[in-house]
Design a protein around this ligand. Structure first.
Ligand SMILES: C[S@@+](CC[C@H](N)C(=O)[O-])C[C@H]1O[C@@H](n2cnc3c(N)ncnc32)[C@H](O)[C@@H]1O
Length: 226
């Protein structure tokens, strides 16, 4: 029932947090923010997204999902290298429109307007789920990870590229970002991400440093899909 949906404030990462905002309000702010930026936005730090794609275990005809795909740059980059089916979801309909417009020449890219916390896909559908620079915007990160676990095939892998708040400086940057931008929820430390992913039923594997403080957090679907 919607009225009983958990709030982000119920999530208490190690050391406490001042994130006590309502999940639906954060989602609304993200939709508004990214709709207004969609016209001019494109992927930034592209070398980090290229590095993310280079880490992916994309075998024969992979089925891949990008959470918070924006204009779909990472998906097109991956689709230029592998044959397969590539899906992107984003809360902003304007981002999805731009992603579709930019991907017209591809027959295997599919974009849907959706919150990552309620994915419109069947269970056991994807080989790989990725996300780049979007995780710190998610209104309920645990729910998003639970959904990723649900839609991954057994042994399917999750790769999250984002700033990791592992030290005092990055935690300070995160605090400022939250004050400056309503759509910014929180950047997580590696420990927090591990705890979140395990609570969501995933098996945490490791993190790979791309360039400090940008890391890729890697987890695997567990068999305990609840
Ligand atoms: C910084 S942009 C990153 C876009 C793209 N992944 C990239 O690397 O360029 C963050 C994106 O996350 C999306 N987003 C934020 N919260 C979301 C949610 N709860 N569900 C789906 N998408 C969300 C935003 O609409 C935005 O397009």
């Amino acid at each position: 029932m919607r009225g009983e949906e958990p709030k982000i404030g119920q999530y208490e990462p190690e050391g406490g947090t001042d994130v006590v905002r309502d999940e639906r309000e954060i989602a609304r702010q993200n939709e508004e923010t990214w709709d207004s930026r969609a016209k001019t936005y494109d992927a930034f730090f592209r070398f980090t997204q290229r590095r993310l794609v280079s880490l992916l275990p994309l075998g024969d005809n992979p089925c891949l999902l990008d959470l918070g795909c924006g204009t779909g740059w990472t998906l097109r980059y991956a689709a230029n290298r592998w044959q397969g089916e590539f899906y992107g979801v984003d809360i902003s309909s304007k981002m999805i429109e731009r992603a579709q417009a930019k991907s017209r020449s591809y027959g295997n890219l599919h974009f849907y307007k959706s919150r990552v916390e309620e994915l419109p896909f069947d269970d056991d559908f994807f080989d790989v789920v990725i996300s780049s620079y979007a995780f710190h915007h998610f209104s309920n990160p645990e729910k998003a990870l639970r959904e990723a676990n649900r839609v991954l095939k057994p042994k399917g892998k999750l790769y999250i590229l984002d700033m990791t708040a592992n030290n005092a400086f990055t935690r300070l940057v995160d605090r400022f970002a939250r004050k400056l931008e309503a759509a910014h929820v929180k950047s997580y430390s590696t420990k927090e991400f591990q705890a979140l992913s395990e609570r969501a039923g995933l098996r945490y594997i490791t993190s790979k440093r791309i360039i400090p403080p940008i890391e890729v957090q890697i987890a695997e679907r567990s068999n305990l899909n609840s």
